[in-house]
Design a protein around this ligand. Structure first.
Ligand SMILES: *[C@@H]1O[C@H](CO)[C@@H](O)[C@H](O)[C@H]1NC(C)=O
Ligand SMILES: *[C@@H]1O[C@H](CO)[C@@H](O)[C@H](O)[C@H]1NC(C)=O
Length: 376
């Protein structure tokens, strides 16, 4: 039990770290090309090499503890692709980052077709975070919880009904357990109900104020994307304003996707480095919350912001909600980067991040509301 929990924690760390690593990889690949590369800060390189060492350790640990008895050895699994993987490659191309992780990919595609899928959602997430997205399709039956709830909540702020999601992979086995962990995880609905509503500091942009600003600019908000939106609370509040918000969210250490869905909202299981799966110019607002921060390498961040620009309509808004970075990086790196978009600054508030890691690292928060201009 203790071991499983420990392993879950390690997996969580590994997933967070691989996300950063894959982004780092992406950025270094790009930077090896001749065109003027922005530098990666030294501290990030140092942190990433630490993470890389940890990952190497963790993946060897994971494969030695998790290898199913049926697959002979990891090396053999890497050289002989599972038959369903071979069939699938004739139907649809596989992302190169999937091929870069043959051990994981083969493990993922090594299943018995037309029977119950392996209980391996962390493996899928692990691949996605390494850039293998979309994942190859599989021909097996997904697992379900053994009971169905009699009714799902009509109010997105009522407590999440238990036994509506498979929680075996997590340290907590109930939603109420997650609600009792850290409030910022977003599972305590009493807290979620109060978020985005009040103005406590200049870093806050209450939804009522956001709607008012849009109204004054004669810019209606119908449809929005919330990038890295956790349990979907922004979408839940916007729903009360008749705005449809689609939330991208990963299951890093908690059942975020299930939580969003149970609340009657739309979860998109897509990592930050993924092209946003909507067409050009179709959304009125994109919000980037805590998941978008200084840990994303600058080049990856630049692609993210320009993809946001692609999906926003003219006159649409980008809301950077509590973006954090080192004070110096905000001035020297991120402000010029955001400036490249040429958006109108409707709101721009910077303040010290006053929690312990913020103080230790000299970090600041930025909350900015930016409006995309019309093409001239
Ligand atoms: C949302 O739509 C409903 C039904 O059309 C309407 O009654 C309500 O006033 C709308 N709410 C807001 C905040 O616009
Ligand atoms: C913010 O933090 C810096 C040190 O990192 C300090 O010099 C400055 O006074 C702080 N500003 C406010 C408004 O507290």
């Amino acid at each position: 039990m203790g071991f499983t929990m420990g392993l879950n924690l390690l997996l969580l760390m590994a997933m967070v770290a691989t996300n950063i690593l894959s982004l780092y990889h992406l950025s270094t690949t790009i930077q090896s090309k001749p065109s003027s590369p922005p530098p990666i800060p030294d501290h990030l390189i140092h942190q990433l090499s630490t993470i890389r060492a940890t990952i190497t350790h963790l993946t060897s640990l994971q494969s030695s503890t998790n290898t199913p008895p049926s697959s002979s050895s990891s090396a053999a699994a890497a050289t002989t692709p599972p038959s369903d993987l071979l069939i699938y490659t004739h139907i649809s191309p596989i992302a190169s980052s999937c091929k870069d992780n043959p051990l994981l990919l083969h493990k993922y595609m090594n299943y018995t077709p037309f029977s119950l899928c392996p209980n391996d959602s962390p493996l899928a997430e692990d691949l996605i975070l390494r850039g293998c997205h979309p994942l190859p399709r599989r021909r097996c039956f997904s697992r379900t919880p053994s009971t169905t709830p009699t009714s799902l909540p009509t109010d997105p702020f009522s407590p999440l009904p238990e036994k509506t999601a498979l929680l075996t992979h997590f340290s907590c086995k109930t939603f109420s357990c997650f609600a009792g962990l850290k409030p910022e995880m977003g599972f305590d609905m009493r807290i979620e109900k109060t978020r985005f509503l009040t103005y406590k500091s200049d870093l806050d942009l209450p939804i009522s104020q956001l709607m008012q600003l849009a109204k004054q600019a004669k810019s209606v908000i119908r449809l929005a994307l919330d990038i890295g939106g956790g349990t979907g609370t922004f979408a839940a509040h916007m729903k009360l304003h008749n705005v449809t918000v689609v939330t991208t969210t990963m299951n890093l250490g908690a059942p975020y996707n299930e939580a969003v869905a149970i609340r009657g909202l739309v979860p998109l299981h897509a990592p930050l480095q993924q092209r946003l799966p909507v067409f050009d110019g179709v959304v009125d607002l994109v919000r980037c919350g805590h998941a978008v921060n200084r840990w994303i390498p600058v080049v990856a961040m630049e692609f993210l912001l320009f993809d946001v620009d692609r999906v926003l309509r003219g006159g649409g808004y980008l809301l950077l909600d509590h973006f954090f970075s080192k004070k110096m990086d905000l001035e020297k790196v991120f402000t010029p980067l955001i400036g490249k978009l040429g958006y109108k600054k409707v709101k721009w508030a910077v303040a010290n991040k006053t929690d312990s890691s913020g103080v230790k690292n000299g970090e600041v928060y930025l909350t900015a509301l930016l409006q995309k201009p019309l093409t001239k």
